[in-house]
Design a protein around this ligand. Structure first.
Ligand code: HEC
Length: 149
């Protein structure tokens, strides 16, 4: 009886994991470019971030910008969880997106957006929620990440 219960629980958690994976923007054509961990819970960017670039963004990143139309970065944002060894990524909170698009003139030519784990894109005032801070990276076309050595 106990075995059946364990198997059923495992099956349910596999289904749940697969359901989340299906609604997350894919990273299949993206390369890892870096991470940021913010443990201050009052920060607007609290959590563990892993950042990824598509081929166009990665190429331009190696030159420190500027970035061509079509360049795209994605960030996976997880809850920051403290364990006995350090801070690790917990539950996924959001995928953040920056896509080079000349139509996004108000935000440095980058279209900023977020995708929740259930695949929804809530409307955001990205000028204040994202661009105000990314403006600090104006010298590198509003991109903070550096090419990995
Ligand atoms: C308080 C400052 C701050 C805010 C607000 C902020 N970011 Fe960032 N963002 C950063 C920093 C810092 C990094 C890069 C960390 C590193 O790897 O050096 C970053 C990195 C990124 C990256 C990877 C490309 C890059 O610039 O390195 C994406 C994509 C991104 N942010 C999207 C967003 C989106 C979308 C929002 C709004 C919902 C947002 N960010 C709001 C500070 C911020």
């Amino acid at each position: 009886m106990k075995r059946i219960f364990v198997a059923a629980t495992l099956a349910a958690s596999l289904v749940a994991t697969a359901a989340v994976a299906a609604t997350l923007p894919s990273l299949a054509r993206f390369s890892y470019v870096g991470s940021l961990t913010v443990t201050d819970k009052s920060s607007p960017i609290a959590g563990v971030h892993h950042f990824y670039a598509n081929a166009a963004a990665k190429k331009a990143l190696s030159k420190g910008g500027p970035f061509p139309v079509g360049a795209e970065f994605r960030g996976r944002l997880y809850e920051a969880e403290q364990n006995e060894f350090g801070v690790v990524a917990g539950k996924i909170k959001l995928t953040t997106v920056m896509k080079k698009d000349p139509a996004a003139a108000d935000t440095g030519g980058w279209a900023f957006s977020v995708v929740t784990p259930d695949g929804k894109s809530p409307k955001l005032d990205v000028k204040t929620a994202c661009f105000q801070c990314h403006q600090k990276a104006q010298a590198t076309d509003f991109v903070f990440s550096k090419a990995l050595p």
